[in-house]
Design a protein around this ligand. Structure first.
Ligand code: PAF
Length: 294
């Protein structure tokens, strides 16, 4: 594996691979890599000749007062994980290699970005879309891999490449969970031992929504109320949102008839200083969410 830091070195390393017609899979990350990121890399490894991973804590997707400065970082550990996962090229640029002096262009995705996290973090998805488009332009991959834990981000990126005709396939990869159901996230590192114990109740609340759906409940209001009640019962938790939404558009469902096309339960919860997000397709839950009775 080669670890590169400048855009010049990245371009130089990619040029011969492109000339040889080798397929390229890109895994963009913000580092502090965990088994969820490794799963993305493994998917990229099996689907492409060359795997490129990037580790870049993107400042433009953090608002003032958010956790940009404290976001966990571990360059050495990240490089080791990438090597073990079969990454060929790891790009770890400093900020000035991604954003030139005077950078003044932002990509604003509408529609799907307006709901859920887009409401509570109004500048977030413009930062994500801008950096992802830059990474896609710099690397020119055939496929790019993103986790379904950030389901809205995945849909924002799908909208970005469809609307701007970016020639890349976007691959969504199922969430990896701890044994007690907590979705893996670099931000789990912020949790105190007590918060970590309480955090498993988030996936249990989603699991209860899956069970309610499997038992025939289709009223989004009833599903949302059940979810909210369970999240409210977590000691120290503050709900940012708990919604039943369209699985692709992310817009809240108004009636049982709206749920005919499927439904996603999506939550954001503050536990102490940590904001955790998670989601599950109620109509097609991932394996760990399958109902014991269904
Ligand atoms: O999901 C992330 O880690 C980031 O939002 C991404 C896609 C790498 C953009 O900075």
């Amino acid at each position: 594996m080669r670890t590169l830091h400048t855009r010049h070195d990245l371009r130089e390393a990619l040029a011969p691979l492109r000339r040889e017609g080798r397929s390229i899979g890109l895994v963009p990350t913000m580092g502090y890599l965990h088994a969820g990121h490794v799963r993305l890399m493994e998917r990229a490894r099996t689907g492409n000749d060359v795997v490129v991973a990037t580790v870049f804590v993107n400042p433009t997707q953090f608002a003032a007062g958010e956790d940009l400065d404290t976001y966990p970082r571990d360059a050495e550990g990240d490089a080791r994980r990438c090597r073990e996962a079969g990454v060929d090229l790891l790009w770890m640029p400093p900020v000035d290699q991604v954003y030139r002096d005077g950078h003044a262009t932002t990509v604003a995705v509408g529609g799907v970005a307006d709901h859920l996290c887009g409401r509570s973090r109004p500048t977030h998805f413009a930062g994500v879309a801008t950096v992802v488009l830059k990474l896609l332009n710099l690397v020119g991959p055939d496929r790019a891999y993103f986790g379904q834990k950030d389901r809205q981000q995945l849909q924002v990126i799908r909208a970005l490449v469809a609307d701007l005709d970016v020639p890349v396939s976007i691959v969504g990869v199922p969430t990896v969970r701890e044994g007690d159901g907590l979705a893996l996230s670099s931000r789990n590192a912020y949790l105190t031992p007590n918060e970590r114990r309480e955090a498993s109740a988030i996936s249990r609340a989603l699991r209860a929504a899956v069970d309610a759906w499997a038992a025939g409940e289709r009223d989004p209001g009833a599903l949302r109320d059940g979810l909210t009640a369970r999240l409210d019962a977590i000691p120290g938790a503050r709900i940012d949102y708990a919604e039943i939404v369209h699985p692709e558009h992310m817009s809240p469902l108004g009636s049982a008839a709206d749920a005919a096309a499927g439904a996603l339960a999506a939550v954001a919860v503050h536990l102490g200083r940590t904001r955790l997000i998670d989601n599950v397709r109620l109509d097609e839950p991932d394996t760990p969410f399958l109902s014991a009775t269904g």
